[in-house]
Design a protein around this ligand. Structure first.
Ligand code: ASP
Ligand code: MG
Length: 413
């Protein structure tokens, strides 16, 4: 008997009717002779609704209480889905993160999974149940309830698949796979049949919202076979695996964008050993994720450092640095908001020179100014003005030969 882990996102369990549909699919998988563990997100936009309610009460809710609040969303959907399965005559049991043995770091709102004790799930499976697990949550050693960061249910699913040695992890969502670009922005985008873990990890990290980056990282580390497909239809999705023989001849496999980027410049730092270490350790200690880093000339006694952060973290970044102004001894901080990051990703870049140059030429022709650049073996990212993101994605999509002949079909968005 094989074991399949299925994960259904918020839209897929957005209404009672949709939950019935999911129950139908889960029961069919079980009837086909598989053991099934299901991970679900909160219904529809209910996590956002909870966040908004908290914001109405205070600008800075305690992270512990945020976790307490947000984990309720998944508790609703696991119970309803389990009832729907039971009503169909399928034995099923729901489990919160802690009941399912999911232990995390003791960090609120963005904990990482540290260990999964498979005993409770194994027991429930051997008793003939389908097991329905709340995504995005766990418990820390100190007994506190934690969450894994927004979108973290994907990570719950992949981590469970790894811990249970599942044969397959299926991520059911509202799009039918991974596209060469976001079809809402690039109408010529196409669905990919396969993509490698490395490319998927870049795309997910760079803003392709379909999969949580940590889920892809975990899939790669534990070689979990992953598919992304729609819960609204029966089309084959995209397979994410070790080596994907990508569309032949194409250097770029996909284009990602992230609309909410800010640039922070810390000016007048002492140009001496240890400056960068102090600066970035200060940010890391506060869990601020820094992306592109640029240090300008080092000839004088001082140096300027610019880096990009998510638009949501600008305020916090500023506060954290201001508090350490004396220790870091800089002269001032400047921030620029409303930027976007556009990235091209492709395993083919390793063996092809001049891809970055092609990207810059394409953006120049489209009249897009480039503010920051970063590269890795398989990606080039440019930070550009936010209002240029659409034209940038569309131009790159066609310049790198990704345009489809027909318009992409997007479900449920
Ligand atoms: N419900 C959580 C969120 O909206 C987790 C998830 O959906 O993956 O972020
Ligand atoms: Mg998601």
């Amino acid at each position: 008997m094989s074991l399949i882990v299925q994960k259904y996102g918020g839209t897929s369990v957005g209404t009672v009717e949709r939950i019935q549909k999911v129950a139908e699919r889960v029961a069919a998988t079980r009837d086909a002779g598989h053991d099934v563990v299901v991970v679900v997100s909160a219904m529809g936009k209910s996590t956002d609704v909870l966040v908004d309610m908290a914001k109405e009460i205070t600008d800075s809710p305690s992270p512990r209480e945020m976790d307490m609040l947000l984990t309720t969303g998944e508790q609703v959907s696991i119970a309803l889905l389990t009832m729907a399965l039971q009503a169909r005559g399928q034995e099923a049991v729901s489990m919160t993160g802690w009941q399912a043995g999911i232990s995390t770091e003791a960090i609120h709102t963005k904990a990482r999974i540290q260990h999964i004790d498979r005993t409770p799930i194994d027991k429930a499976l051997s008793a003939g149940n389908v097991v329905i697990v709340a995504g995005f949550q766990g418990v820390a050693e100190n007994g506190q309830i934690t969450t894994l960061g927004r979108g973290g249910s994907d990570t719950t699913a992949v981590a469970l698949a790894a811990a249970l040695g599942a044969d397959l992890c299926e991520i059911y969502t509202d799009v039918d796979g991974i596209y060469t670009a976001d079809p809402r922005i690039a109408p010529a985008a196409r669905k990919l049949a396969r993509i490698s873990y490395d490319e998927m990890l870049e795309l997910a990290t760079l803003g392709a919202g379909v999969l949580h980056p940590r889920a892809v990282e975990c899939a790669k580390n534990y070689k979990v076979k992953l598919t992304v497909r729609s819960s609204f239809g029966h089309e084959e999705g995209t397979i994410v695996e070790e080596e994907a023989d990508m569309e032949q001849g194409l250097v770029v496999s996909g284009i990602a964008h992230d609309k909410n980027i800010a640039k922070v410049t810390v000016a007048g730092l002492p140009a001496k050993v240890g400056t960068l270490s102090k600066l970035f350790n200060t940010l890391a200690a506060e869990h601020i994720n820094v992306d592109i880093i640029i240090q300008s000339s080092y000839e004088n006694e001082t140096t300027d450092v610019s880096f990009s952060v998510s638009g949501e973290e600008v305020e916090k970044t500023r506060d954290v640095l201001e508090k350490q102004r004396d220790a870091l001894s800089f002269s001032n901080i400047m921030t620029e908001e409303g930027l976007a990051k556009v990235s091209i990703v492709g395993a083919g870049m390793i063996t092809n020179a001049g891809v970055a140059a092609d990207m810059f030429s394409c953006l120049a022709e489209a009249g897009v100014r480039i503010k920051m650049v970063s590269t890795s073996e398989i990606k080039v990212s440019c930070v550009v003005p936010g209002d240029k993101v659409e034209i940038a994605v569309q131009s790159l999509h066609s310049a790198f030969g990704l345009d489809a002949k027909e318009k992409a079909v997007v479900h449920g968005v």
